[in-house]
Design a protein around this ligand. Structure first.
Ligand SMILES: Nc1nc2c(ncn2[C@@H]2O[C@H](COP(=O)(O)OP(=O)(O)OP(=O)(O)O)[C@@H](O)[C@H]2O)c(=O)[nH]1
Ligand SMILES: [Mg+2]
Ligand SMILES: [Zn+2]
Length: 307
């Protein structure tokens, strides 16, 4: 006898799907031949975070509920196919580290701009504070000041220490949160801390390269003990890359957008136009110069190397 159930997709590899039902049972499912989702051509028509109806006996996903949002990444530059990283996300956490490995601020800014473009609220988490010397700590505090001034929530934590994850616990409660950040910053370690039952695999950092090794290979959703879900993602690829229209990028830097209404030209790109309120704000230090630099690099540069 076959029964139909509602569930949420917690893992999607493109051919196999793991589905969690409301009672906490997990089913291995697949899609039947011609399952189509209108609109996007993707390598995985059903993604982590999708709400689905599935047949428990056959392990077949039969229908997909409409999505609130989803994040995509192009499979490769030339390919028209995209991978859906996750669907129905309430917020994103970007984990960065000042040391072991050190995250370039430009990475933070690209990530935050992408989250803005998707209209997904982002929280910045600076991890591994237990490893920081005085200088590293000063850098961490400066990053915190800069991004808090823009309006982001910023936390300093150490995922390996008991007492520093209470605040983040509260922020994640009852929400679906995408966890992103470069390989080795401690995404999976943090999830293990938040839900010790998970016991997920984490990786060593090689001292030589100070880089992680992409231990997590597919996005995967995990329940939190207090309610809510977190989606662990593989390294930098965790967050989708948008094909930004260069004329729109300033919309995704909130502090730049705020002052841009004062620019003389309505189509100002904030490069070197006369009467640009943005470059004036930068010269008065009202906009952090590194943020403006990140903005410039996104407008001027080929996005290729960030894919
Ligand atoms: N000292 C210290 N080490 C940490 C902390 N968080 C993570 N680590 C270590 O950093 C290494 C990498 O952690 P992971 O959790 O595997 O990193 P990840 O971000 O999941 O990496 P990928 O899955 O490759 O994207 C592991 O050896 C962790 O033990 C921390 O707060 N302090
Ligand atoms: Mg990981
Ligand atoms: Zn301007």
């Amino acid at each position: 006898m076959s029964g139909k159930k509602q569930g949420i997709v917690i893992k999607s590899t493109g051919s196999r799907y793991r589905v969690l039902d409301p009672d906490g049972n997990v089913y291995e499912c697949h899609l039947r031949g011609r399952f189509r989702v209108s609109g996007v051509r993707t390598t995985n028509p059903v993604a982590v975070g999708d709400n689905v109806t599935f047949d428990t006996a056959e392990g077949v996903i039969v229908s997909l509920s409409p999505r609130k949002n989803y994040i995509i990444r192009r499979a490769s530059n030339l390919s028209k196919e995209s991978q859906i990283i996750a669907a129905n996300i309430d917020q994103a956490v970007i984990i960065i580290t000042v040391r072991m490995p050190s995250t370039p601020v430009e990475f933070i800014d690209r990530f935050l701009a992408t989250a803005e473009a998707y209209r997904i609220p982002a929280i910045l988490v600076i991890n591994k504070t237990d490893l920081y010397g005085e200088e590293d700590m000063e850098m961490a505090r400066q990053i915190k000041r800069v991004y808090e001034r823009i309006g982001y929530h910023v936390l300093l934590i150490s995922a390996t220490e008991d007492n520093s994850t209470e605040e983040i616990n509260l922020l994640l409660k009852n929400k679906t949160t995408l966890i992103s950040g470069n390989s080795g910053v401690g995404k999976t370690t943090l999830l293990n801390r938040l839900n010790p039952e998970l016991d997920l695999r984490t990786g060593p950092i090689s001292d030589y390269h100070e880089q992680g090794k992409h231990i997590t290979t597919f996005p995967e959703m995990h329940p939190l003990p207090g309610g809510g879900y977190v989606i662990d993602t593989p390294g930098i690829r965790g967050f989708g890359v948008i094909d930004f229209d260069r004329r729109e990028i300033y919309h995704f830097f909130p502090e730049i957008f705020r002052v841009s209404s004062g620019c003389r030209f309505h189509n100002c790109l904030h490069l070197d136009e006369p009467g640009c309120a943005v470059t004036e704000a930068v010269s008065r230090n009202e906009i952090e110069p590194w943020r403006y630099k990140s903005y410039l690099s996104m407008v001027l540069e080929d996005n290729e190397k960030y894919r």
